[in-house]
Design a protein around this ligand. Sequence first.
Ligand SMILES: [Zn+2]
Ligand SMILES: [Zn+2]
Length: 643
Amino acid sequence: MSDEQIRVALPDGTVLEVPRGSTVGDVAARIGPGLAKAALASVVDGETRDLMYRLETDAAVRVLTERDPEALSVMRHSAAHVLATAVRLERPGAGIGFGPAIDEGFYYDFEVDEPFTPDDLARFEKRIEEIVAEDQAFERRVVGQEEARELFSDDPLKLERLDEFPDDEVITVYRNGPFLDLCRGPHVPSTGRLGRVKLLSTAGAYWRGDERRQMLQRIYGTSFFRQAELDEHLERLEEARKRDHRVLGRELDLYSTDPRVGSGLVLWHPKGAILRMEIENYERELILRHGYDLVYTPHLMSERIFEISGHLENFAENMYGPVEVEGTRYRPKPMNCPGHITIFQTQHRSYRDLPIRMAEFGTVYRYERSGVLHGMLRVRGFTQDDAHVFCTPEQVAGEIDRLIDLVDEMLETFGYPYTVELSTKPDKALGSDEQWAEAERTLAGVLEGRGMAYEIDAGGGAFYGPKLDFKLIDAIGRMWQGPTVQLDFNLPERFELEYIGDDNQPHRPVMLHRVLVGSMERFVGGLVEHYAGAFPVWLAPEQVRVLPVSEHWVDSAAELVESLKEEGIRASLHDRETLSHRIRDAELHKVPYMGVVGEREAEAGTVAVRRRGSGRKQVTMDRADFVRHVSEEAESRAIEETH
Ligand SMILES: [Zn+2]
Ligand SMILES: [Zn+2]
């Protein structure tokens, strides 16, 4: 092989010899003209790259086309640049911040005097169309720090970014048409390759997410390679908008926040509290049946414990500051583990005592920047349904298996299908390779033993152990963070946990952290959106609303309410305003059952029942039958159709 040739390994196992310095685009052309035409970007030795990327050494190369998921985020990042190009055409003075691709699209942050209006967005979209039609090439160039400062001398935000680069940083800029950006890339070859772009909304966003810095104007957009995919996405956004838990939370009177109390701190109203109580009651019953013990631990703990746990060292930026009492500094707890470990250590533990499964609805406090707070989903104080399992290494597989039983039962109750992801050893990790390999094998073995499909997030584990993440799929197909189980090689070491084995020698137990709902706040916020506020009977804050046809039948209706309440059913009497108004109101509040009582029903001891979502359809039932029916539906925790 001559010195000028390098070897390029393709995904199908073939190896091409190409001249050193060839671009990935050249490689695509060697493979075939069809691929060269469809190519958008590439993956070279695991890194996403442009097609113009030059290959200087042997490499593994995968050419990306529309069909590869990685191509979508490359294209969306290019769309963000085109958006900035458009904004600069309309508002030449706009300062430019960051413009990344995100899960569902992209955004770009601008420093402008006037916030953007919907009319602005329409104008920018038109400009984007023109720029796409012009098919401007994306050109990458490596520049020195000095030249970069020159190029962005009018852009204070970019200059600030440049200041932070270490001396050895390879600084790259990308140009398309008139627009130049400080950017790592990669990008698609030209603006003509963007697909369908739609601008969605604008919002204020602090520079660097820091509320002490200036407020920028963020424009969110999305793009897809096909119109049909874009249409489908927009429809889903519309559906999500109608289900927004912040809107429904207010309409259904579930929760609020108040600046006087503090951002990200949730006030649960009576109806929200019922929802939470039902979930907690259900889960308590479930985990006691699955062999857990319940504990309670304090909200404030001495800093001493967080020194031992390493939280002060590794997690301090997420913790609230100390409160000093009698010379000791206390912190609101960010996690429940230290408390549970302390309980474990109050006794000598033998292998016969293990596994010990300790559970708590533990309220924790974590600092989150105000810019990322979002309704109940992202908050600063939340209650975790947290548990820690202390077991022997041999018991890990059994414990994981038992946990998946629990997850299965719970998610079926709430009507969530789910997927599983196994996160493996990251570059920086505690514990030996063998320890990790065995733990990962154990987790994978349990999943495989159950015939469960799972994805691997290679290198995605925490530094202290591998984990399983369960992702919920909601009624409109969105993914939510669900149960997790995390193996921990770290805390048992730091706290020097021990149990006495059957060899009479001390051993380190394995520790599992697990949550099912995770944050109660986020879970309930998610449930509101999953059910669109129309909760199944067992969760509904108000299960039956009884409506007398006129004032003559109020007494008879009140008797029905009493007999419902006697069976523990949440029922109420509504007798003001016209019947049609009251029916409409019960529908608005998504009450599962209306019981209408008029002359016929009062005389016969019956009730005309309207089921939520059945329109004007009424079924006359014997009252005792109706009470039994509702009570059975609640007790069985049945999920009805949520549409
Ligand atoms: Zn960029
Ligand atoms: Zn924990």
